[in-house]
Write a protein that binds this ligand. Structure first.
Ligand SMILES: C[S@@+](CC[C@H](N)C(=O)[O-])C[C@H]1O[C@@H](n2cnc3c(N)ncnc32)[C@H](O)[C@@H]1O
Length: 248
């Protein structure tokens, strides 16, 4: 590829760029134009500085909420690579469907979206709702089905780390047929369908949470691991209840 346009959503300080000088040659890096998007202006500027030191073809920052990223970017910009890392747990579930659909609509015909997050936030954060690989698989299936490609199974892999597990979702635009304009036309219907899936997953998680918390209450927690599980379940319970009652 001669040129690659990369959009890093919720870029933070540009942590994803760390290690790029080891993993890509000078020539490969010189083909990349990096656009960073974050609600935090200081972070976005840091990401731009990090990009500037890497000999990339260019770097730009956009500051705004993820819910508005489509409007903040030039309307005709399509990306070869879109990343969203370590952030899904911070996104209100009611905004998740729109964000995922927006990312797919913004992919170039051969573009790839790469989304990574942890299954558990450590230490737990009030209001954060981490997702597991199984649920992400269900959401991704609904996403491609809603765009008319039900036979395509986007890759979802679990990552086992020492302290916490993670997952990544990779969506390759070439497996989703229609043109960008057709995709954009079907965006609202896709968002509605995915939102229904997300709500059903949250209801199931809330019921699971309640059952396990009840068991912990009745029988007590014995191990440090169970204590940690209970704390995370309480945080999940709170976040799920808020999301399902529209109180995010
Ligand atoms: C945990 S950091 C992840 C940063 C980086 N992507 C990484 O992998 O390390 C989460 C980032 O998401 C940004 N963020 C959270 N909610 C956002 C929103 N609604 N709109 C835009 N950025 C948001 C935060 O400002 C923060 O920079």
């Amino acid at each position: 590829m001669e040129r690659l346009l990369w959009l890093d959503l919720a870029c933070g300080r540009g942590q994803i760029l760390e290690g790029l000088s080891d993993s890509l040659s000078d020539r490969q890096r010189s083909k990349i134009t990096y656009w960073a998007y974050d609600v935090d202006q200081t972070y976005a500027r840091e990401a731009q500085r990090a990009a500037a030191s890497l000999g990339l073809a260019g770097a730009k920052v956009f500051v705004g909420d993820l819910g508005a990223f489509q409007d903040a970017l030039p309307p005709d910009a399509l990306f070869d690579f879109i990343t969203l890392t370590n952030t899904v747990h911070e996104i209100a579930p009611s905004h998740l469907a729109r964000l995922l659909v927006g990312a797919v609509v913004r992919l170039a015909p051969e573009g790839t979206a790469y989304i990574y997050d942890m299954e558990r936030v450590k230490p737990p954060e009030l209001g954060a709702l981490p997702w597991g690989a199984q649920d992400v698989r269900a959401i991704a299936s609904e996403l491609v089905a809603a765009f008319g490609a039900p036979e395509y199974e986007p890759g979802v892999s679990g990552w086992h780390h020492r302290t916490v597990d993670g997952w990544h979702l990779q969506i390759d635009r070439k497996h989703i047929g229609p043109t960008a304009a057709v995709l954009a036309g079907g965006a609202d219907a896709a968002i509605a369908a995915i939102a229904i899936t997300i709500e059903a997953l949250m209801k199931r998680r809330l019921a699971d949470c309640r059952r396990t918390l009840e068991a912990f209450t009745m029988f007590g927690v014995e191990t440090a691991e169970e204590q940690e599980d209970r704390t995370h379940l309480l945080y999940d319970y709170w976040a799920l209840t808020r999301a399902l009652t529209g109180d995010e």
